[in-house]
Design a protein around this ligand. Sequence first.
Ligand SMILES: NC(=O)c1ccc[n+]([C@@H]2O[C@H](COP(=O)([O-])OP(=O)(O)OC[C@H]3O[C@@H](n4cnc5c(N)ncnc54)[C@H](O)[C@@H]3O)[C@@H](O)[C@H]2O)c1
Length: 458
Amino acid sequence: MKKILSLFVAALALAACSQKGPIKTEIPPRPAGQTDVLGLVTPALETVRVGFVGLGMRGGDAVVRYTYVPGVKITALCDVVPERVEESQKDLAGRGFPAAAGYSGDLEAYKKLCEDPNVDLVYICTDWVHHVPVALYAMEHGKHVAIEVPSAYSLEECWALVNMAEKTRLHCMILENCCYDFFELSALQMAQEGLFGEVVHAEGAYCHNLDPYWDAYWNNWRLDFNQKHRGDVYPTHGFGPVCQVLNIHRGDRLKTLVALDTKAFNGPKHVAARGLANPEQFANGDVSTTMIKTENGKTILIEHDVMTPRPYNRMYQLVGTDGYAGKYPVGQLCFREEAMEGGSIDYQNLQGEKIIMGEELQAFMEQHRSPILTPELEALAKQVGGHGGMDFIMDYRLIYCLRNGLPLDMDVYDLAEWCCIGELSAISMEHDGAPVEVPDFTRGQWKKINGFSYAFAK
Ligand SMILES: NC(=O)c1ccc[n+]([C@@H]2O[C@H](COP(=O)([O-])OP(=O)(O)OC[C@H]3O[C@@H](n4cnc5c(N)ncnc54)[C@H](O)[C@@H]3O)[C@@H](O)[C@H]2O)c1
């Protein structure tokens, strides 16, 4: 009798589960009087006056890069550590630029920078916890914002940025530089030309052993964040570029996600080795894996691993009905043999596909250049650098669009969709990999724009 009863209870629970569907998170109603900011254009700025907040490893380099971007004045610098402001002032002087207004000394010094009338764009490179407070304050004070990745770490933060961008009708861009790497740019172009047929599945990752870096972060913020947060806390390098290929919120949308993580094996050792508190309480698993399904029936696999000695890998794979692109460990394209001219079947490797790599890949990428990558921009980007040039291409595009009053390549909805993976994956993990609904941050407008494209001045 007891066994029958427990079977009955189990059946009821199963029925309840299947009726419930994916776990849902709250979608706050759009505040009255607000409309979406899809395709947002703002008045063209002849010169863009930039203020930087956060001048550590990333922000310090950004200041130097911006001295090479046409149409920029660096008007303000802020870091809680005064010496970092001084270092960036020296970099400006070294490049022959006038000193910028300096703000420093405490965690709220950024407010003065945001209030500074000589700033149009606030470029935020702080630790993750300070991104959103700075961005909200800046937009409230009439500034466009560009925020390092991940720009927001919780759903609440994602919605706050969406609402603020809609309220103020200012740009709020995620600084996802990996969308501008050379392979990704060409592969996106090929996908848009239809070379891969329909791209049905994509993969992205951030696998980067951070052992040599943990101690370099200000106030130990990164290890601390990983200790306190479960989920894929750094999803956007792998996710952003493939979302552009899949036209997310430009005809398709992220629908449901499931995620699992390993136990935290190595994280606690880093905490213990530094004599920090509660090493046994470490929320972030060494390897996190998330799968997302889109409304149009595509899938995306995302991985995060900063804890194991594994070769650097952002995965970047596009799986299409007629072709494939993969970047790591070596760049490859793959097409059906009959689609290629002059190919022959490789009987030794039992392959009926034509694989393109090495010099042939370079030539192929050259034939399918991204429209944003002029030879002049490529040469300058490689000279200035920043992850091989992709950082500079991102900076250049941001300023180009602001100077020409064009929609930016990445809008606030991209930011929210790419960053929400952090908390949503944690929710799924907390429920043993249960499906979680991805909120529609456009609140019903995900088909308004048809396909991802770059804007150009006429
Ligand atoms: N896109 C990329 O490839 C890439 C690469 C590295 C880092 N990042 C991102 O850049 C950001 C910064 O990383 P980092 O490596 O430079 O870290 P970092 O620790 O070297 O620098 C962070 C800086 O922010 C400052 N700061 C913190 N709170 C502040 C506040 N309230 N006001 C003013 N300054 C404040 C700190 O003093 C520090 O100088 C992070 O979001 C990180 O994820 C992105």
